[in-house]
Design a protein around this ligand. Structure first.
Ligand code: HSE
Length: 312
């Protein structure tokens, strides 16, 4: 029986996880986007509506992350029918929580379920990356891969990516705050210098390696020591009022580390479960002292990736 309609959910994600610019990210399934894909007679891709908490988003498929992702999938799979998308945004726009990636991933997962011979998940990655590039202006998978597969994910390569799920010590929690402001990913990428000091490259490399080694060996002191982005965060900190104060507050409350989620303005901290409420309270107080209100969540790191909610 052909599937005529499918709805998929994809979670929010913390991109970069500080030390892994454009290559490391983890799912944060407390919030996410849903996309319904339906078979239609007219060939091609069209977007019926965008609902939920986002402001106005383009309905032109080539300008929309979900639309572009499905255009890419349709280009490869050439189904004998058209696909109509309905996008329900649960992730605020310009928040640093991987909203573009979630829409792109949910869209390809839902559209793939309509195909007579659905593609394996790894083949959906490049189509979702093509979709997210519409919003961020660059191809990278640090939000896409965890939104698709779940967990903490390292992605090596873009055209033929290797995706590796990294174990996370069970005691670790993620405290995530979203300041009530909009920051365009393209702006936060546009300010980044193309020239990086060699000593910073050495530190960043050591920190990424130490961070991953700490995750694999359940070594919280190593994760703490390595949890410092010396390349990207210092350039972006000025874009987020209250970030430096919130980071100081998180570390003062015994967080393992704190950084900007993706391109920001969301800010996350990793901490042991027993410190999570104190870390949350300290970060919130620091933002409030700067006059910045935030949404806030605490959850385990990772969790499930995209999934089909309904098909018929
Ligand atoms: N890794 C990306 C960045 C995430 O930090 O710009 C947002 O697309």
């Amino acid at each position: 029986m052909p599937v005529s309609e499918a709805t998929a959910f994809a979670p929010a994600t913390v991109g970069n996880v500080g030390v892994g610019f454009d290559i490391l990210g983890h799912a944060f399934g407390v919030i996410g986007d849903r996309v319904r894909a339906a078979r239609v007679a007219e060939p091609g891709v069209r977007i019926r509506a965008v609902t939920g908490i986002a402001g106005p988003l383009p309905l032109e498929p080539g300008l929309n992350t979900a639309g572009q992702a499905v255009l890419s999938l349709v280009g490869a799979a050439a189904p004998p029918f058209g696909i109509e998308l309905t996008i329900e945004k649960g992730i605020p726009l310009g928040s640093g929580l991987g909203g573009s990636a979630a829409s792109a991933v949910a869209a390809v997962v839902a559209a793939n379920a309509l195909l007579d011979a659905p593609l394996p998940a790894i083949e959906l990655l490049s189509h979702a990356i093509a979709g997210e590039a519409v919003a961020s202006g660059a191809r990278h998978a640090d939000n896409i891969a965890p939104a698709l597969f779940g967990g903490l994910v390292l992605t090596v390569g873009i055209d033929h990516p290797h995706v590796k799920q990294i174990p996370v010590p069970a005691a670790v929690r993620c405290v995530l705050l979203r300041p009530h402001m909009f920051l365009a990913t393209q702006q936060a990428r546009g300010i980044l210098t193309r020239l990086v000091d060699l000593s910073d490259v050495v530190w960043q490399t050591a920190n990424l390696a130490g961070f991953l080694a700490g995750c694999f060996t359940n070594d919280l002191p190593l994760i703490r020591a390595a949890f410092e982005d010396v390349m990207i965060e210092p350039q972006r900190a000025k874009l987020i009022p209250g970030f430096r104060q919130a980071k100081r507050a998180a570390l003062g409350a015994d967080a393992l580390g704190c950084s900007i989620s993706g391109a920001g303005p969301a800010v996350f901290a990793w901490c042991e479960e027993r410190h999570a409420e104190a870390v949350r309270a300290a970060m919130l107080a620091a933002f409030r002292a700067e006059g910045v209100d935030c949404d806030h969540w605490v959850a385990p790191v990772g969790g499930d990736g995209a999934r089909i909610l309904e098909r018929r």
